[in-house]
Ligand binder design. Structure first.
Ligand code: BES
Ligand code: MN
Ligand code: ZN
Length: 490
């Protein structure tokens, strides 16, 4: 649940009012941007004051008026400030920010709203849990009408992020591939959604999804959904492929218990691509986007795949499965091959909690970006900067490719340790690249940022919804580029 966010032209009778401050000159105190709203008139009325000689009224201002540092006033600062004030006021029923003396753009409003609302996000299944007190946030600006469209855009993005978080945070008892497919249908109501069941997946040759799913009593699913708001059919077809392992035990190559504790997050990529599609539809971006969520539960059992099995991926590539815990690349390979061979994608972006090595390299807040296209890399880096969802480009080192050679199949699913090349995130990306058919492709390894160990600015403990803000921003930028191209052509 998220609080409601509204714009207003004047300060409402909110429980708590925040006024922005800016760093002052040198060591001097910060400047307060605006007049503290000491509502003396209301107080006099409420207290039935008479103004008689000796009458004393306290102005209860101290804990009702908060001075909120806004740093340089840019999007990153406002995102951080928004999260801080929302956490501070979380026990209040309502909060107002008097920002009439700040210049807000659509982008800074988006960032502020992300901080306010995503920082207030919570997830619980406890029936006894008290409803969150903070239900209403008002942003007071000089010209509310001028920011109306900006607020709608912000709410569309934020709602999508929150639904991705909900999907990730749902415990694995409820969450299984069939459940995920049903949730996708609900989330994407009104869009074109197809769900392939296990029988169809077997018939059509989705060998990776079938192999990973066959150890579980809860069968795999692939969700395919799309939206096409292109004007006159002009513009690229973007295919987003998400890893949807609803729980990753490792399979027969089972993980130690501690490594398994957070593995309900292993569908964070699928959640991100589905939620991004929701945002794209709500924002009516003039692009064609297809989301493919490859959902399976990776379990050990008498019907599970074994290390040493050779499987056939979508499109016919054979893979020797030497470690059943390297399952993400198996389900993604099918989705990427389908995007190449059937959907005729112009750009493929896959999103996956793929390797434990990725957060070792980049830490918990930065995703790894692997791509065969420098332009795409630049676009995604720009979107990362603007959205606050950071990424860092990693190399697709061609000479590591030999670590994936198998004697019995076209590929092996983990790098050959005997070669001592290491680079597990890179070999995983090189494996995926084999299925992109030379198309423009990017792989986001979100094993680090998909999950937050604690509250941290706009993130709350648990699933972060990483990828939704980044991808939505990128698709917005792509839309703007195609709009410019259209304008030039006409
Ligand atoms: N889902 C994991 C990767 C992961 C680890 C995501 C930690 C988030 C946090 C993935 O399926 C996996 O198990 N990868 C293995 C690959 C290895 C067997 C080559 C890994 O990283 O250990
Ligand atoms: Mn795994
Ligand atoms: Zn996994």
């Amino acid at each position: 649940m998220l609080p409601a966010l509204a714009l207003a032209g004047a300060v409402p009778g909110a429980a708590v009012v925040a006024l922005p401050t800016r760093p002052g000159d040198g060591d001097g105190p910060p400047r307060v941007l605006g007049q503290p709203p000491v509502e003396v008139a209301a107080l006099l009325e409420r207290e039935k004051a008479k103004g008689e000689a000796g009458e004393i009224l306290t102005v209860p201002v101290e804990d009702r008026v908060l001075l909120l540092g806004t740093g340089d006033g840019g999007p990153a600062a406002l995102r951080k400030a928004g999260a801080a004030i929302a956490r501070r006021a979380k026990q209040q029923e309502s909060l107002a920010l008097d920002l009439r003396r700040l210049t807000l753009t659509d982008d800074s409003l988006l960032a502020l709203a992300e901080g306010l609302l995503l920082g207030s996000y919570g997830f619980t299944l406890k029936p006894s849990a008290e409803p969150r007190p903070l239900t209403r946030i008002t942003v007071v600006v000089a010209k509310p009408d001028a920011l109306k469209a900006g607020l709608d855009r912000a709410l569309a993005v934020i709602r999508a992020v929150a639904s991705a978080r909900d999907l990730v945070n749902t415990p694995p008892l409820q969450k299984n591939p069939v459940w995920l497919a049903a949730q996708a249908r609900t989330l994407l109501k009104g869009l074109d959604v197809t769900v392939r069941d296990d029988a169809q997946l077997r018939d059509e040759g989705w060998g990776g999804v079938v192999a990973v799913g066959m150890g579980s009593s809860r069968p795999p699913r692939v969700v395919e959904a799309s939206v096409d708001n292109r004007v006159g059919g002009v513009g690229p077809h973007v295919v987003l492929v998400g890893k949807g392992i609803t729980f990753d035990t490792g399979g027969i190559s089972i993980k130690p218990n501690d490594s398994m504790l957070t593995m309900k997050m292993d569908m964070g990529g699928a959640a991100a691509v589905l939620a991004t599609l929701r945002a794209v539809a709500d924002l009516k971006l003039p692009v064609k986007v297809t989301a493919i969520a490859c959902a399976a539960e990776n379990m050990p059992s008498g019907s599970a795949q074994r290390p040493g099995d050779v499987i056939t991926q979508y499109g016919g590539t054979t893979v020797e499965v030497l470690n059943t815990d390297a399952e993400g690349r198996l389900v993604l390979a099918d989705g990427i091959a389908y995007a190449d061979q059937v959907l005729d994608a112009d750009v493929i972006v896959d999103v996956a909690t793929l390797t434990g090595a990725m957060p070792v390299a980049l830490g918990k807040k930065i995703a790894g970006l692997f791509t065969n296209d420098d332009t795409l890399s630049g676009q995604l880096e720009k979107a990362a900067e603007a959205s606050g969802e950071r990424l860092w480009r990693m190399p697709l080192t061609p000479d590591y490719r030999r670590a994936l050679e198998s004697e019995t199949a076209d590929l092996r699913n983990i790098g050959d340790a005997r070669l001592k090349l290491n680079g597990g995130s890179i070999t995983a990306a090189l494996f995926l690249q084999e299925f992109a058919g030379g198309r423009r492709w990017a792989h986001l390894d979100i094993a680090g940022p998909a999950w937050s160990g604690g509250d941290d600015e706009e993130l709350t403990k648990g699933g972060t919804g990483y990828g939704v803000r980044l991808l939505t921003r990128w698709l917005e930028q792509l839309s703007a580029t195609s709009a410019r191209k259209r304008a030039r052509a006409s």
